[in-house]
Design a protein around this ligand. Sequence first.
Ligand SMILES: NC(=O)c1ccc[n+]([C@@H]2O[C@H](COP(=O)([O-])OP(=O)(O)OC[C@H]3O[C@@H](n4cnc5c(N)ncnc54)[C@H](OP(=O)(O)O)[C@@H]3O)[C@@H](O)[C@H]2O)c1
Length: 357
Amino acid sequence: MRRVVQFSTGNVGVHSLRAIIGRPDLELVGVHAATPAKVGRDAAELCGLGEPTGITATADINALIALRPDCVVYTALGETRPIEAIEEMSTFLRAGINVVGTSMVWLVVPRQADDWLRTPLEQACAAGGASLYVNGIDPGYSADTAVHSALSLVARARSVTVQEIFDYGNYDDYEYTGTAMGFGRTCEDDVPMAFQPGVITSLFGGLVRNLARQLDVELDDVRERYEAWYATERITCRMTTVEAGGVAAVRFAVEGVRADAPVLTVEHVNRLTPAAAPSWPYPPGGALGVHKVVVEGEPRVEVNTHLSHPTLDVTDAGCVSTAARAVNAIDWVCRAPAGLIGLEDIPPAEMIRGLMW
Ligand SMILES: NC(=O)c1ccc[n+]([C@@H]2O[C@H](COP(=O)([O-])OP(=O)(O)OC[C@H]3O[C@@H](n4cnc5c(N)ncnc54)[C@H](OP(=O)(O)O)[C@@H]3O)[C@@H](O)[C@H]2O)c1
């Protein structure tokens, strides 16, 4: 039985918290809350479960360390406050407490992460003899597990394309995703944060370079591209409201290039409504989202991953899966040698332990 602390209860964190409470191989021992209104409330209430757990949320990291958990599930928004997130993760790691999580998406490919991020976390892992693992659905599953499965079916590959084609209309994250992608901005506004030169590459280029390393291919270049689609009429959705003339869909990619042709592509097509950007690719069968891998090779392989749920929408289903990518690794990460862990370090069957009881 692993003793686990859940750090934050946002879009993803409520689902990791539910998973921890529900799994007999994990024991919830603490919950962190940054929002003052959440402090002191029962974990069950924070994730919409009926039966109280007796574990109440605290903003005091030292009190959580004093509980001596085996692992912390860190799902606090990290990319807009990276220095604080590194320090929070490092505080647990230095105390010998393992961390799994979904935040700081650069860490999905830790060997490709920049020094400013990797070095302090490696030092914290070494100081505490602890391990850190970050994953999700995209980035994460779509460019690692899904690609590995597709490539295992081919005798030779010519190219790999990873696509998230997803309607973000119901994603309640204007603060980070919406602002960064510039939903609602007009063509006269400044280029949004995510599409400033080099930013897409900083977020997704590591995935491309990691695949190149795993496939043992040398790329001539890693380049990025970006397009926006502007609304022709007002669009109202959970993420935000976009007036006519504002961005309602974006399409962007990082491409690993050989002989002037993209051979490894990680692409996103994100709309706020199915009516946006009608000439761009859609998920198959009228779905709102797909995580898709296409390997052109011998033979051609296409993997389309669709999530659904009896009561949650596809966006929340994606958050359940993102949380699962972290929670499912807890046991192995607790047994791992100290340091930063990438998915490739974990034997695949270790990720399904504890799922069925
Ligand atoms: N790879 C993937 O597939 C994938 C998918 C989705 C999300 N993610 C990543 O997972 C992380 C969580 O995403 P999310 O959608 O769950 O985020 P979110 O709901 O926007 O925020 C998560 C939590 O972060 C805490 N937080 C936000 N701003 C804060 C601040 N200024 N100071 C301290 N704490 C703050 C809050 O914690 P409290 O609850 O304690 O108040 C909030 O509930 C993000 O880093 C995101 O990039 C990855």
